[in-house]
Design a protein around this ligand. Structure first.
Ligand code: BTN
Length: 321
């Protein structure tokens, strides 16, 4: 009920909405409305109440709770089950546990803060309290494990589309798993799997999005390479709204991929990617290669044309321009 009340208050924006209208919409008494408003106030929401006008949301704590996410959510399954924490080492850990305990596809684990956020290749991922989106999404795709890398590209598309829809900011994708604004990292993706050699039990899609940090909030060693939506755009952004839009995009592209294959996602990815058509250096665990990024294969593998005209297939690497 509280999520529906939040949705009504968010929808009425800077206008007042009468207690009667809310009670009609929710099918509860005006006293019950007032009690829910009191509960929200205790949770840090500032809600103005004016006689004959009604209620107006003045301030939201911008938290990532199930109620807040639900207030914005427009999906069938994604984000319909939420495990939310104030603090965890990494959202990937409870997500793995939930996946082992048969959590349904689309379940998300979110936290206000991660103490040991995990990046790719064992790197730490800075995830300070209350500023970004630290989320793990559980998927149970019917395709074989070899296809899982495609999910990295699909995740990048979902985040880029979600962020663009809410903020209008020009988000680019950098192969394979970074999102950039003006060449600085805004989000990263980490995909982990529970699988047998020929069957996926669950994919845990971890993504971190920098939303309301100031430049000085980033550790010194990444300050010149990292940015947030607030730095790139205008003011603070609502984190739950961003998550809800990303999940909506995710659900759309994910089920499209299950039905139509990787083609449409690949096309969208190529339209959003900055890597393609550029001269890059790809640092893999075995070697460093320089050349022109020609595109991606139907499986999401990067095609690099080296100076001698040879096409190299890059499965995983750090990319520099
Ligand atoms: C990277 O850029 O190297 C990947 C970063 C992935 C970070 C997300 S935040 C939510 C989830 N939990 C983690 O510990 N990592 C992922």
């Amino acid at each position: 009920m509280r999520d529906k009340l939040l949705a009504i208050l968010h929808d009425s924006g800077s206008s007042y909405i009468s207690g009667q209208e809310i009670s009609d919409k929710l099918g509860i008494s005006r006293t019950a409305v007032w009690k829910h408003i009191e509960e929200l106030r205790k949770k840090g929401y500032k809600i103005n109440a004016v006689t004959k006008k009604g209620y107006k949301m003045e301030y939201t704590p911008n938290s990532i709770t199930a109620d807040e996410i639900n207030a914005y959510l427009d999906t069938k399954t994604f984000g319909r089950v939420v495990h939310s924490f104030d603090q965890v080492n990494s959202t990937q850990i409870p997500a793995h546990e939930a996946a082992r305990e048969d959590a349904p596809e689309g379940t998300i684990v979110v936290a206000e803060e991660q103490l040991k956020g995990k990046g790719r290749m064992g790197r730490p991922f800075h995830s300070p309290k209350g500023t970004g989106l630290w989320c793990s999404l559980i998927l149970r795709p019917s395709f074989p494990p070899q296809q899982a890398p495609q999910l990295t590209l699909l995740t990048a598309v979902a985040i880029a589309e979600g962020v663009r829809k809410v903020t209008d900011l020009p988000v680019d994708i950098k192969w394979p798993n970074d999102l950039l604004i003006a060449d600085k990292k805004i989000a990263g993706i980490l995909i982990e799997m529970q699988s047998d050699p020929d069957e996926i039990h669950a994919v845990i899609v971890g993504f971190g999005l920098n939303i309301n940090q100031k430049q000085e909030d980033f550790p010194e060693d990444i300050q010149s390479r990292a940015t947030s939506l607030a730095i790139a755009g205008a003011g603070q952004y609502n984190r739950a709204q961003l998550l809800a839009e990303i999940l909506k995009q995710y659900e759309y592209w994910y089920f499209r991929m299950l039905e139509e294959g990787f083609g449409p996602v690949r096309e969208k990815w190529e339209a959003l990617a900055v890597t393609i058509g550029k001269y890059i250096t790809a640092v893999t665990t075995r070697k460093t290669l320089c050349g022109l990024a020609r595109g991606i294969t139907k499986d999401g593998v990067l095609l690099l044309e080296t100076e001698d005209g040879k096409i190299e297939y890059i499965y995983s690497a750090d990319i520099h321009e």
